[in-house]
Design a protein around this ligand. Sequence first.
Ligand code: SAH
Ligand code: SF4
Ligand code: F3S
Length: 470
Amino acid sequence: MNKSNRIKTEKPIPADRAKYANAVYSLVGGKGYKCFVQTFGCQQNEADSERIAGMALEMGYSITNDPNEADLIVVNTCAVREHAEKKALSLIGQYKHCKSNKKELVIAVCGCMPSQQHRADEIKHKYPYVDFTFGTSDLYMLPELLYRRLSGAKRTFVIPEDRPPVVEDIPVVRESNYRAWVSIMYGCNNFCSYCIVPYVRGRERSRHPDAIEAEVRGLIAEGYKDITLLGQNVNSYGRGCDFNCDFADLLERLASIEGDYKLHFMTSHPKDATKKLVDVMARNEHIARQFHLPLQSGSSEILRRMNRGYTAEKYIEILDYIKEKLPDATLSTDIIVAFPGETDEDFEKTLELLSYVKYDMVFSFIYSPRNGTPAATMECVIPDDVKAERMRRLLDLQTEIADSLNAKCLGKTYRVICQGQSKNNAGMLEGRTEGNKILLFASDTAREGDYVNVKVTETHAYALYGEEVK
Ligand code: SAH
Ligand code: SF4
Ligand code: F3S
């Protein structure tokens, strides 16, 4: 990527973070300044936003949910599909009036979108009220960028390095006191032909297992019950590192910690999913019975053109092994509909595979061309009406499958974590099973974060209903 817009000063060393945080504190501390963080995108961005909030607190800001009363707005963006970028840009557009109302307001844009040179340029020229941008691997630079800007420096647009360092010890303010994200690695080396992530998050790098274990132990000691290990491809954890610990080893090491908790992880790439990993899951009760294994397409030819590194047959082989060793696990996947050149036959193969596997949940996306990726220049783009028709057929099939799978839950009792009031069902509490199914129930005593035993009394394709069993 073109680095012409790189920060003009020398690249800061991560250890300077605290020094600059103190420097910002000396400017804003005690003045009642507030920071608003808006997050788009995946769990990794949510995890990053919790660190942005942590640094904001360290710098003397309190956190607000209202952008209108903020003195610092940080928009943490996603670039995975066009829609995600449009949403972020439209929101940034709305913050113009906040700046007109409060001249000293600082607006920063970070995350995956401004790590692309063309988006950094666009923000520079079309959004003059944005003070600075930085990428996901430059989180630790926030205090320095803010300090320089508050001290009168010019606007800066930092494009991340291809091989950034792994930075530990960034303070964190977690959104929840029972669910936590733990990044175990950053970046991606896979270059699936449709995907922007390797370009914006840089090369794959893993945290040291000792640092991960210390974080997870701390969380369990604080009473966290649901801990999700994050990486774009957790199955390649530790590759090329000087420690000898692959993902299955890491999982087993973490699952041996005493306590009442479940470990989840995402995302697992099928090409690197091993039987060893499935075996570790099968023998450790602390690992949730849940497997998210993105398929993308049921056609081996499309998979080849997507550069996924596996065939439909190979995928089925590992999935059959998961079903054999973890028969009670919920299964989920991601599907891209209408990849360039996807024929009716290719699409039928995807439907056949969904019918064969019977996933509990399918996250489906219409293919969105991403600037600079190989697929963006592929020919045979699918017409819009065909895209929509394929998506409709996929959703219809999946609704049918989920409906019949959920019907089997009737009468069973699940231990769920209560996640508070349901947004769509007034008076009901929302729980999540270990396999991440939504289970709605009524209770006078359950509070958010509690474990509750709930017996299923009614089932639908996208939710279960039940009553508390004391
Ligand atoms: N690292 C993860 C997922 C990253 S993005 C993995 O490999 O599975 C999450 C999902 O978004 C992907 O699984 C894919 O289904 C979808 N996605 C990624 N790029 C896309 C694009 N250009 N158009 C449509 N969907 C896309
Ligand atoms: Fe994107 Fe593929 Fe990497 Fe997932 S594995 S982040 S889909 S390039
Ligand atoms: Fe989006 Fe970046 Fe995550 S592109 S999906 S926020 S890795």
